[in-house]
Design a protein. Structure first.
Length: 664
């Protein structure tokens, strides 16, 4: 099925590329009437022949649609937010546009002249619709760009060969090309449009809608809108899909079976469950949409939403699971450490929903171990028990992460100190909080150490590695946590000894050996709250953060005291949080110690650019998830918002790295 929008969605790359004076967004007559003294919208340029430009109906069975109101306006807003001058930014876009045109028109076309006729103020459209007159699965696909002049565009393509009139006001571009493109008279803000598709039938079928209807039709509120409709495809090809997926279990058994009954049975069960879910999802799914908006004041808001029309699939059931629980962040969210680079909360789910998946995963792992004859049956069961869900129903959770500030030392670091600094810089720290007692999580930590240290696994592994390599096997154990965390605390430690220091630091002596350790600490916080923290090196830093988030500790050490997170206090969400580029900044800054002075100059350029970003990647980027609609027809949405400060860091990277683009 030719369902790909092909070059149409390559236009999305224009937003990231490095077009020549500042271009203002296109305004409708209604917009102009609202602005005192605003210039009136210019009338479309007259053509030599008057063509019928009256709207036509939407094609039958449209399955995908893309609309971009004004590339120039969006990119101007991006440049304002990112503090990038419009000239290099728009110049880069023109280069990307010429590259796109080279891909879809004949190589004999004067691409530079044709690109000059393209209006970046005008909307960009792309459409895909199912073929209605064919018994085979297929789709018509085409996209269109606004042109400032019909005659100017025709002159630009004459070098490729005669321009053939396929219909009134529709002229095919000559020459050999993998696509078919026409220049067509258009309604709306521009007098003509370039319309391209894989085949001539695609263009002749969709061009009237792309040139006569969409340019005058009210679009989505966002700057860019992508819409995928599942219902027409399911109605047309649902029976074919059901027939095809019925063979998945047979294929899985033939291709993946290993001769171990437990594994082979699990493979068939997994394939059967997947086939059932594919069919149920296709019947339930209604529409997937993606919207992106940019303006100089609030900068970016992007959202993706999935609307369902049924509740039979696993995905639909999860989306519609008790949406009345949505609300502002729970109290545990605000207990995350103040210096967190990212924090997210969730409202939990019903463990019963995941049991079939976990049971199948357990059988697969146990079956593989039995096939390779590693460990006893009791060992295999112990591994399988790790797949037990360690939490109850609807447990509210929070996860946080951040970087570790490496302490300065007098003089030169020893290889061991340098190894600890590098590992801490890479791993950083992570923390998770659960509104539930610690018994289940404590049991899970003990299981991990017990399974790893079982003789049935250790002996074969050591035999396979040999005496020398076995020395570097991680040592895993569970014991009481640091006293400051309380008597019920635990410490799961993972330590690797005899690691060549040169693996971590090229400047280290070749024969130097170091050790690396990671700790997972569990802290009980009253009867109904538990915290886990993970990080490299000694556990002192983790202890400090755990004590800062414990109930009763001052808010000054938590994100409750931060003033840049106010947007999260509002809204009704199932989950939300924020992230920042801070850890990446610091991690890349540490890379210079690993790569050394002879490493690729581009890497060093990236490191320097990152280390000098104006806001050091500290600005929070907000992410929210919502569940609306009804239990029978749920709708889920994931939204991202980013402020000017975050874009200024991105703009700094673009300018410093020189990717704002040379003109082509």
């Amino acid at each position: 099925m030719r369902t790909s929008l092909l070059p149409a969605f390559a236009l999305l790359a224009l937003a990231c590329g490095p077009s020549p004076a500042t271009v203002e967004p296109t305004k409708t007559p209604a917009d102009a009437s609202k602005e005192k003294g605003a210039a009136q919208v210019a009338a479309p340029q007259p053509t030599e022949t008057a063509y019928d430009l009256s709207p036509v109906p939407e094609p039958e069975d449209v399955v995908a649609f893309f609309g971009w109101k004004s590339p120039a306006a969006t990119l101007t807003s991006f440049g304002t937010c990112a503090a990038i001058p419009p000239e290099p930014l728009m110049g880069g876009v023109e280069g990307q546009l010429r590259a796109l045109l080279r891909d879809v028109v004949s190589s004999n076309v004067d691409v530079r002249s044709l690109a000059a006729a393209v209006s970046l103020d005008a909307p960009v459209f792309a459409v895909a619709s199912l073929e209605t007159q064919s018994k085979r699965a297929g789709a018509f696909v085409a996209f269109s760009l606004g042109l400032t002049s019909l005659e100017k565009a025709k002159m630009a393509v004459e070098g490729a060969g005669p321009v053939t009139e396929l219909g009134p006001g529709m002229f095919r571009i000559g020459g050999r090309s993998g696509s078919t493109c026409v220049i067509a008279a258009s309604a709306g803000a521009t007098p003509a449009r370039l319309v391209c598709g894989p085949k001539e039938k695609d263009v002749t079928t969709l061009a009237p809608y792309l040139t006569r209807t969409l340019p005058t039709k009210a679009g989505a509120a966002s700057d860019m809108h992508l819409e995928v409709r599942f219902a027409p495809a399911e109605a047309r090809y649902g029976s074919l899909l059901r027939t095809q997926v019925q063979g998945l279990p047979v294929i899985a058994q033939a291709e993946l079976a290993i001769g171990e009954p437990k594994f082979d049975r699990a493979i068939v069960d997994a394939a059967t469950g997947l086939a059932d879910e594919i069919v149920a999802f296709a019947q339930d799914a209604d529409k997937l949409t993606l919207d992106v908006s940019m303006d100089p004041a609030t900068c970016l808001r992007a959202s993706a939403s999935l609307a369902m029309r049924g509740k039979n699939s696993w995905v639909s059931g999860l989306m519609g699971e008790r949406p009345e629980r949505a609300g502002p962040p729970p109290a545990i969210f605000w207990r995350a450490p103040k210096d967190s680079a990212s924090v997210f909360y969730g409202r939990g789910s019903d463990p019963k929903r995941f049991q079939p998946i976990l049971r199948t995963a357990r059988l697969l792992v146990e079956g593989i171990l039995a096939k390779v004859n590693v460990g006893s049956e009791a060992d295999h069961r112990a591994v399988g028990e790790l797949f037990d869900w360690p939490m109850g129903k609807d447990v509210e959770t929070v996860t946080a992460s951040g970087r570790v500030e490496v302490a300065e030392v007098k003089g030169t670091r020893t290889p061991q100190q340098e190894a600890e600094a590098l590992v801490n810089g890479w791993i950083g720290w992570g923390l998770a909080g659960y509104e539930e007692g610690s018994a289940n999580l404590a049991k899970q930590l003990r299981k991990i150490a017990d399974v790893y240290n079982r003789k049935g696994f250790q002996d074969p592994l050591r035999k396979e590695l040999g005496p020398e390599l076995s020395k570097a096997l991680p040592k895993v154990k569970v014991g009481p946590g640091p006293a400051a965390l309380g008597p019920d605390s635990l410490d799961l430690s993972i330590k690797i000894e005899n690691v060549p220091a040169a693996l971590l630091d090229k400047s280290a002596p070749q024969k130097a050996l170091v050790s690396v350790e990671v700790h997972v600490l569990l802290m009980t916080d009253g009867k109904s709250r538990t915290w886990l923290a993970v990080g490299g090196g000694k556990p002192d830093g983790l202890v400090k953060r755990l004590l800062a988030v414990k109930t009763g500790a001052p808010d000054a050490g938590t994100i409750a005291s931060r003033t840049d997170l106010e947007p999260l206090r509002r809204g009704t969400h199932m989950g939300s949080g924020f992230l920042s580029m801070g850890p990446l900044v610091k991690s890349l800054d540490r890379m210079k110690d690993v790569f050394g002075p002879r490493e690729d100059a581009r890497v060093q350029q990236l490191i320097r650019a990152v280390s000098t970003m104006p806001h050091q990647g500290e600005t929070p980027i907000f992410v929210t998830s919502s569940s609306t609609g009804t239990v029978d027809a749920p709708r889920g949405e994931l939204a991202v918002t980013a402020s000017k400060a975050a874009f200024e860091d991105i703009g700094w990277l673009i300018k410093t790295l020189g990717v704002s683009g040379a003109r082509r």
